[in-house]
Ligand binder design. Structure first.
Ligand code: NAD
Length: 310
């Protein structure tokens, strides 16, 4: 990978996918002195990126030509694999890129898809890293994302300084696919624990407990977890949690439903007996089929309460 002598940073970064997350991440790279060329097929995303000072190419292939790093922040694994391979006779990015290009995928995708993308990139003479994030749009804007990285050790060393301009915690989780594996395991814990905390609050209501009393006990006892102490699903005990602003996200129900579907895929492909993960996925799919898609995932408590009768 070539170095940019004027900034001391890696050469041009082709940034594909300038949506809610990619837009602010690209801006942070530019602020840090990187040369970035963006591409997104949606005109509104292109306009927003340009307004924020991100130079845009006319096609993905144009952005990738001559780039040292191809950073993707796309909706799904299919988008990533299609972009790498090419669709409808169009050129795949792997064939357009110069030899030894770093393919850095920050999208949240299936573990198997991440491994497939890495194998394709390596077979085509490139390098590959999966680096999904947590921290949401707020973290993307503030440059405080957590990156979970699957990479060979030398590739991790190469991408770490780039990721540090978009995030504050960069964790090397293992080889190709390990970043996605860490993300899917963490979010399965989160989905299951939010349902458990919400059921406990509704049960407490039925049993005549105040929210504060249950919080004061559970947050200092063995029920303690992030879903309770940071993202508390009832208003009051944690004033900053989305429950205090009518469940404005935060972390939207649609994204939790997506991540749990990835968890279920991983449970199935590995043969793990993951009944809680499967159930959490069903529960969040139903939540995200309605208004829950755009609400914080802690709004699941309202569904549980509604279904619990008077
Ligand atoms: P988004 O839909 O806002 O942005 C994705 C962008 O990719 C869109 O602008 C789309 O037009 C573009 N795109 C699609 N195909 C493309 C292609 N071939 N080339 C270039 N651009 C293409 O989604 P987002 O919220 O920014 O999320 C991106 C990824 O980050 C997803 O995988 C998501 O699961 C993950 N993620 C999102 C959040 C969040 O809070 N939004 C948090 C953590 C992780």
């Amino acid at each position: 990978m070539s170095e940019n002598a004027s900034t001391g940073t890696a050469g041009t970064i082709a940034f594909l996918g300038l949506g809610h997350m990619g837009g602010p991440m690209a801006v942070n790279l530019i602020k840090a002195g990187h040369t970035v060329v963006g591409f997104d097929p949606v005109p509104a995303a292109v306009e927003a990126a340009k307004e924020h000072g991100v130079p845009m190419a006319g096609s993905a292939a144009e952005a990738v030509e001559g780039a040292a790093v191809v950073l993707t922040m796309l909706p799904s694994g299919k988008h990533v694999l299609d972009a790498y391979r090419g669709v409808d006779g169009g050129p795949g990015l792997l064939s357009v890129a110069a030899p030894d290009t770093m393919f850095l995928d920050c999208s949240t995708i299936n573990v198997d898809e991440a491994r497939e993308a890495a194998a394709l990139a390596v077979e085509a003479g490139h390098r590959s890293v999966d680096a999904p994030v947590s921290g949401g749009v707020v973290g993307a804007e503030a440059g405080t994302l957590t990156f979970m990285v699957g990479a060979l050790p030398e590739d991790f060393d190469t991408v770490k300084p780039i990721l540090e301009h978009m995030g504050k915690r960069i964790v090397h989780c293992g080889d190709h696919g390990a970043g996605q594996a860490a993300k899917v395991c963490n979010n399965m814990i989160l989905g299951v624990s939010m349902i458990a905390v919400s059921e406990a609050f509704v049960l407490g209501e039925k049993l005549g407990l105040t929210h504060q009393a249950l919080f004061d006990v559970a947050s200092n006892a063995s029920g303690q977890c992030w879903a309770l102490t940071t993202n508390c699903p009832v208003p009051g005990p944690v004033p900053t949690s989305p429950a205090n602003r009518d469940y404005q996200p935060g972390f939207a129900g649609a994204l939790m439903a997506k991540d749990l579907r990835l968890a279920v895929n991983a449970l199935e492909s590995t043969g793990v007996e993951g009944r809680m993960g499967h159930l959490a996925s069903e529960i969040y799919d139903a939540f995200a089929a309605g208004e829950g898609a755009a609400r914080d995932f802690s709004g699941i408590i309202t569904d549980i309460r509604d279904k619990s009768g008077k």
